[in-house]
Design a protein around this ligand. Structure first.
Ligand code: G1P
Length: 301
């Protein structure tokens, strides 16, 4: 765990989604527990938070998510067996997840959207800036994003979103940001945010990805936010109010991310993410890399 001198100490991870895109896999298990190479997807996200010093992690959970709580809990019987066998590397891998940060859980109750999930964190977070990490986006541990966003939050006193450039036809899968270059290095000011616009209505090709560092003023706005796209309370709509208004905690800024991001939100992206990350894995990478070119060549025949 890293020590943390910034004002941001807490990470909120919404995990109440039903994972319908992965059915039937997700009929009885949470999508966040799908393995990405050799760890469940959620473990990458919690590690990312803890690596920047966000040791207080709140998961907004729901039904059928028990496996998540178990994954980050101790398993004394398994640990004792591994210790008896002297299998220290497996023992360490089992203990590494139960030693990761201080993890709390609150249920979302009604599935009313991402904005509603974030609002469920209000009591735990209190009046301090906090991070939100969405599990469908994995950010490569070698690339900086969250730490930069935390710095921009401290500098601006507002809320900070993460942006990537996408092909114009892909923008309807994301929140979209219209920006003003403010002459400062490393971040932009957000003029307008629109949730999943049609390509012809999109103000830009800058898409929101699942990392946010938010001023707690967002909670008051979320309480008044009416259901938007898809009949859900949208975080993007609350951030649009903060972007357009003035007052303490208002103002939204964007960090444009050009590093490695893996989307695990649908079956095909998930498969690609697994292959890319496995190629970079220390133990599995060499074998997979040696096998892949021949396999790829056989596909052309
Ligand atoms: C959510 C947000 C969207 C954002 C996306 C990033 O959508 O509402 O603005 O672009 O996460 O992953 P979801 O993918 O949960 O539908």
């Amino acid at each position: 765990m890293t020590s943390n001198n910034s004002a941001v100490h807490k990470a909120v991870i919404p995990v109440a989604g039903l994972g319908t895109r992965f059915l039937p896999v997700t009929k009885a298990m949470p999508k966040e527990m799908l393995p990405v190479v050799d760890k469940p997807a959620i473990q990458y996200v919690v590690e990312e938070a803890v690596n920047v010093g966000l040791n207080d992690v709140l998961m907004i959970t729901g039904r059928n998510k028990r496996a998540l709580e178990d994954h980050f809990d101790r398993v004394p019987a398994l640990e004792a067996t591994l210790a008896e066998k002297g299998d220290t590397s497996k023992l360490q891998s089992v203990q590494s997840t139960s030693n990761l940060g201080d993890i709390h859980y609150v249920r979302q109750g009604d599935p009313k959207g991402l904005g509603h999930a974030v609002l469920r964190a209000k009591q735990h977070v209190g009046y301090e800036p906090f991070a939100v990490l969405l599990g469908d986006d994995l950010i490569d541990a070698r690339d900086e994003l969250l730490s930069t966003m935390i710095e921009v939050q401290a500098k601006t006193g507002g809320s900070v979103v993460a942006l990537i450039e996408v092909e114009p036809e892909q923008i309807s899968s994301y929140g979209c940001a219209d920006i003003i270059h403010n002459g400062e290095d490393g971040y932009v000011r957000i003029k307008e945010l629109v949730e999943k616009p049609a390509p012809e209505d999109a103000p830009s090709n800058l898409a929101l990805i699942g990392r946010y560092v938010l001023h707690p003023a967002v909670f008051d706005v979320l309480e008044k936010t009416e259901p938007g796209r898809g009949g859900e309370i949208q975080l993007t709509d609350a951030l649009q109010v903060l972007a357009a208004g003035q007052g303490e905690g208002y103002g939204v800024y964007g960090v444009i991310f050009r590093g490695r991001r893996y989307d695990t939100g649908d079956k095909l992206s998930y498969l690609k993410a697994c292959v890319e990350l496995a190629c970079d894995s220390e133990d599995l990478g060499p074998g997979l890399r040696a096998w892949l070119p021949g396999f790829a060549a056989s596909l052309d025949k």
